[in-house]
Ligand binder design. Structure first.
Ligand code: ADP
Ligand code: MG
Length: 759
C-alpha cells in the first residue's frame, strides 16, 4: 500500500494532466505536455487538453516484477526469466558488420556486471543500436554505466556460447533501471550518484513488487512509476469516488475503488504476484468488473428499447412463398444454412424488427441466406437493400442475385458511386417510386438523395467494414425495417453476445459439401523459396487454374506500397510469367478500370491477378486455386484468413502461399504458424484475439463499442458473465430501486457508452 506522503496538494481524479502541480509531477511544462500526450494516446476519445488523472491511473502496468528478492547469478538457468540486481564491471560499445543494411551502422552496447554476492561469473547485458546517432548513444551510455553503477536487469536470460556466460539481450538500453548505489531510507537526500533522480523515491523501485509500465511517449517507465506513485499519494480516498453500490460489491466480492486503483499500481506486500500478472488480483477484478458492467448495462438498455418497437412491415411466410423460394435455389442448402433461415423467418414474422447478426466463416454461404431473406420481403411487397463495402463485391452480388431471380417479377438494381449521374438520378427516382424491389450497392445507398418508398429489409454484408453510423443510416431509410448484418470475421459466440449485445446471433458453422481443405505454407522471402513458389504457380497455371498475388497496403506508406505492387506486377508480367496474362487491381484505379480487370479475371482471361487487399472481402472466383500473400507478416491473422478464403471454393486442391520476410523470427513463426495448422476461422480468430485484442480485429469503432481500458473480452469472459447478470438485475429493478435508477442514469449520461447505443 501507499503511505500518505507529505505532499498533499489538492488534486482529484478530474484534474487535468496539464494542470498537475509541479510538486507532484516533477515535470516542466514540456514534460507535462508529453505525459498528457502519451496518456491521451492511450485513452480513446481524449486529447491532450482533457486527459485527467483518472486516465493516467487507468494506464496500467504491463507487468509486475518481484524485487522483494533478486535472483543471483549462480541460480540462473538457460531461458529463465529473472530480475537481477547488478553492479557494472565494465561497459562499452563496438561496431559490428551489418549484412542486411550495410549502409546503416550497427553497434552493440554491452555491460558486463556482477551481483551482490560476487560469487557466480559475470553476466552480460547487451543491446543493438543503429541509426544516425547510434555512436553518440553508445558513448553516452558508456559514460552513464561507470564501474560500480547499480542497476536492475529483467528478462529472459540465455546461456551465451560466444561469451561463455549468461547474457540478456534488451530491445533498448533504457530498459535498464539505474539505481542509487545503495538503497537509502525515504527522505534522505541522494549523493552525486543518484543521477539527478528523486532519491526519496528510491524505495519504490526495490525491495517490493514493482509495476513496470510500457514507455509512455518520452516518459521512461521508471519515471512514470514515480509520477503515478506521487499522484496516488496526493489523492485521498475520499477524492476517489465509489461508483458501484455496496450491496453489488458485496455480492460480487469487489474491493472499493480507491483501494483497487492503488493496489493495481503498487501491489500490497502480501500480494500474489501471479494473480497480478494474470490480471486476477482483487484490484484487477474490481476494475475489470466495473468496466464490463457499464457496457453490459448500456447494451441491455438499448435492447429493451428495441424489443418494445414495432416494425413498419408486416411479413407473412406461407407455403406458397416457401415453394417459390425453393424453386429458385441453385443448390441444396446445408443443415446450418437451413437452421439460420428458420431463425431469420421467426424474426421476420414477429412484430418487432429483426436485428440479427449472421456469422459464418469465409465461403460458408451467407449470400444465399441473405437472398432468401430479400426474396421473402419482396414477396410480401416490400423493398430491400443490400449494402456491401466495395464496388467489386456489389457488382458480384448483383450479378448473382439477378441471375438467380431472372424469372421472378422483381426488379433488381445496382447502385454504386461510379454510375453516370443521369442514370443515377433515374435510379433514385425509381427507388423512391417503389419500382426497384432490390437495391444492391455500396455507400451510395446511404447518400442523401436516396429514399425508399417502403424499405422492409436492410442487409449489410461484411458489416465489420462499416461504421456504426453507416449501419444506422441504412436502417433509417425504412420505417424500423428488419436488419440482417453479416460478417465473415468469426468471433467466439460468447464474445459476439457482448460485442453485439443488441443483436441476435446466428452462426453458419458448416461449409457447403465437396470442398477440399486449402494447403497453406509459409515461405521465406528469398531466392530459394521463391523458386519453389514459382514451380507451384507454373504447375497450377498450366493446368488452367488462376492465381491471386496480394500486396499489403498500409495507410502510412500507401504510395510506396502501391509502387511495390505495381513493380511486382510488371516484373511478374514481363520476367516471370511472360506466357501468361497478368492483371493489376488496386483501390486507386478508376472504377471502370477495376471493373474491366475484375471481369477479365472472372472470365478467366486474366490468369494472375496482382492486387492490393481490395479483393479481401467477398470476391468469388471458383477457378482460382492459389493465393500468394506477400509480406504476410504485415497482415492480421483474420485478414490472412479472409484473403485465403478467396481460394478453395471448388473441389480441387487449392493453396495459400505466405511469403514472410521475417520467417525466422519467433513471433512470425508462432503467429503465422496457426495458418498452416488450421483452416478454421474461429480458431484463427481466437488466436488473433489473444494477440491483438478485440478492438483491432473488429475495429472497436465499427463494432460500436468503447475501447476497453482494463478489460480484455477474451481473458475476462467469466467476469463478463457476472457483469451481465448484475446489469440484468439492475434493469429489472430500474423502477423499484433508486440505486439501480442512479446506475442507469449514469450509463445514459456517459458519452463513451452512448456510442454503444447507436448501431
Ligand atoms: P460467404 O459466406 O463467404 O459470403 P458465399 O455466399 O460467397 O460465401 O458462398 C461461397 C460459395 O459457396 C459460392 O460459390 C456459393 O455459390 C457456394 N455455396 C453456398 N451455399 C452452398 C450450398 N449449400 N451448396 C453448394 N454450394 C454453396
Ligand atoms: Mg460473402
Amino acid at each position: 500500500m501507499i503511505p500518505p506522503m507529505a505532499i498533499r496538494s489538492s488534486i482529484s481524479l478530474d484534474t487535468r494532466i496539464l494542470d498537475l502541480p509541479a510538486s507532484i509531477a516533477r515535470l516542466g511544462p514540456q514534460g507535462a505536455r508529453k505525459l498528457a500526450l502519451g496518456v491521451a494516446e492511450n485513452s480513446i476519445g481524449k486529447d491532450i487538453s482533457n486527459v485527467a488523472v483518472e486516465d493516467l491511473l487507468l494506464y496500467l502496468p504491463m507487468r509486475y516484477e518481484d524485487r522483494s528478492s533478486f535472483t543471483s547469478i549462480k541460480d540462473l538457468e538457460p531461458g529463465k526469466e529473472a530480475s537481477l540486481e547488478l553492479f557494472v564491471k565494465i561497459a562499452g560499445g563496438y561496431q559490428v558488420r551489418n549484412r542486411r543494411a550495410f549502409r546503416q551502422r550497427l553497434f552493440i552496447f554491452e555491460i558486463s556486471a556482477h551481483d551482490r554476492e560476487r560469487t557466480g561469473r559475470e553476466v552480460v547485458v547487451w543491446t543493438f543500436l543503429s541509426g544516425q546517432h547510434a555512436q553518440q548513444i553508445v558513448e553516452s551510455y558508456t559514460k552513464k554505466f561507470t564501474r560500480g553503477t547499480r542497476f536492475i536487469a529483467f528478462g529472459q536470460w540465455q546461456w551465451d556460447k560466444k561469451r561463455q556466460t549468461y547474457s540478456l539481450r534488451l530491445n533498448k538500453p533504457d530498459e535498464i533501471e539505474v539505481l542509487p548505489s545503495e538503497p537509502r531510507p525515504v527522505g534522505v537526500a541522494g549523493g552525486p550518484d543518484s543521477l539527478g533522480e528523486d532519491p526519496s523515491l528510491a524505495a519504490i523501485h526495490v525491495v517490493r513488487c514493482v509495476p513496470v509500465y510500457r514507455k509512455l511517449s518520452d516518459i521512461r517507465p521508471k519515471q512514470l512509476r514515480e509520477i503515478i506513485f506521487r499522484v496516488l499519494s496526493a489523492l485521498t480516498d475520499s477524492e476517489i469516488s465509489e461508483t458501484l453500490p455496496a450491496n453489488l460489491r458485496k455480492r460480487q466480492e469487489l474491493i472499493p475503488r480507491p483501494e483497487a486503483l492503488r493496489q493495481i499500481h503498487f501491489p500490497p506486500e502480501d500480494a500474489k504476484l501471479a494473480d497480478y500478472d494474470s490480471a486476477r488480483s482483487p484490484a484487477h477484478r474490481r476494475l475489470i468488473f466495473e468496466e464490463l458492467f457499464w457496457l453490459a448495462l448500456a447494451l441491455m438498455l438499448k435492447r429493451g428499447q428495441r424489443i418494445k418497437e414495432t416494425k413498419g412491415a408486416s411479413i407473412k411466410i406461407d407455403e406458397s412463398i416457401k415453394r417459390r423460394i425453393a424453386s429458385v435455389l441453385p443448390f441444396k442448402l446445408t443443415e446450418a444454412q437451413r437452421r439460420v433461415v428458420k431463425e431469420m423467418f421467426r424474426d421476420m414474422k414477429s412484430a418487432a424488427p429483426m436485428n440479427r447478426l449472421l456469422q459464418g466463416d469465409v465461403g460458408s454461404g451467407k449470400t444465399i441466406v441473405a437472398m432468401i431473406a430479400m426474396l421473402t420481403a419482396m414477396e410480401n411487397g416490400y423493398q430491400t437493400a443490400l449494402m456491401v463495402p466495395t464496388e467489386i463485391l456489389a457488382e458480384q452480388h448483383a450479378r448473382n442475385i439477378k441471375r438467380i431471380l431472372a424469372k421472378s417479377p422483381f426488379r433488381i438494381e445496382l447502385l454504386i458511386g461510379s454510375i453516370k449521374p443521369a442514370d443515377k438520378r433515374k435510379l433514385h427516382e425509381s427507388i423512391a417510386a417503389g419500382e426497384v424491389h432490390a437495391c444492391i450497392g455500396t455507400h451510395a445507398l446511404i447518400q442523401e438523395n436516396v429514399s425508399f418508398r417502403n424499405l422492409g429489409l436492410a442487409v449489410i454484408d461484411e458489416q465489420h467494414r462499416f461504421g456504426v453510423m453507416q449501419r444506422a443510416e441504412l436502417r433509417e431509410r425504412g420505417l424500423n425495417p428488419d436488419v440482417l448484418v453479416m460478417t465473415a470475421t468469426p468471433i467466439p459466440r460468447s464474445l459476439a453476445m457482448t460485442v453485439y449485445g443488441d443483436l441476435d446471433v446466428s452462426i453458419i458453422d458448416e461449409l457447403p459439401p465437396g470442398r477440399t481443405p486449402i494447403v497453406t505454407q509459409i515461405f521465406a522471402d528469398n531466392a530459394d523459396d521463391r523458386k519453389d513458389v514459382k514451380k507451384l504457380l507454373t504447375r497450377e497455371l498450366k493446368s488452367g487454374r488462376q492465381i491471386y498475388v496480394v500486396y499489403p497496403l498500409v495507410e502510412e506508406s500507401e504510395k510506396l506500397d502501391l509502387r511495390d505492387a505495381t513493380r511486382r506486377y510488371e516484373y511478374l508480367r514481363d520476367a516471370v510469367f511472360p506466357k501468361f496474362s497478368v492483371g493489376l487491381l488496386h483501390g486507386r484505379m478508376k472504377p471502370e478500370e477495376k471493373e474491366k480487370v475484375m471481369r477479365g479475371f472472372v472470365s478467366g482471361k486474366i490468369q494472375i491477378l496482382v492486387s492490393t487487399t481490395v479483393i479481401e472481402v467477398g470476391v468469388d472466383v471458383p477457378n482460382a486455386s492459389v493465393m500468394v500473400i506477400e509480406h504476410a507478416e504485415r497482415f492480421g491473422l483474420s485478414q490472412l484468413h479472409q484473403l485465403r478464403g478467396r481460394v478453395g471454393r471448388g473441389a480441387e486442391q487449392s493453396y495459400c502461399v505466405l511469403l514472410a520476410s521475417d520467417k525466422q523470427t519467433e513471433v512470425a513463426r508462432e503467429r503465422l504458424g496457426i495458418m498452416e495448422e488450421t483452416n478454421d476461422g474461429f480458431r484463427i480468430a481466437e488466436k488473433d484475439l489473444e494477440i491483438r485484442g478485440p478492438g483491432e480485429i473488429m475495429g472497436t469503432r465499427q463494432a460500436g463499442l468503447p475501447e476497453f481500458r482494463v478489460a480484455n473480452l477474451v481473458r475476462d469472459q467469466e467476469i463478463l458473465q457476472a457483469a451481465r447478470k448484475e446489469a440484468e438485475l439492475c434493469v429489472n429493478q430500474a423502477k423499484s430501486s433508486s440505486e439501480a435508477a442512479k446506475l442507469i442514469k449514469r450509463v445514459k449520461d456517459d458519452a463513451r457508452l452512448k456510442l454503444a447505443a447507436v448501431g
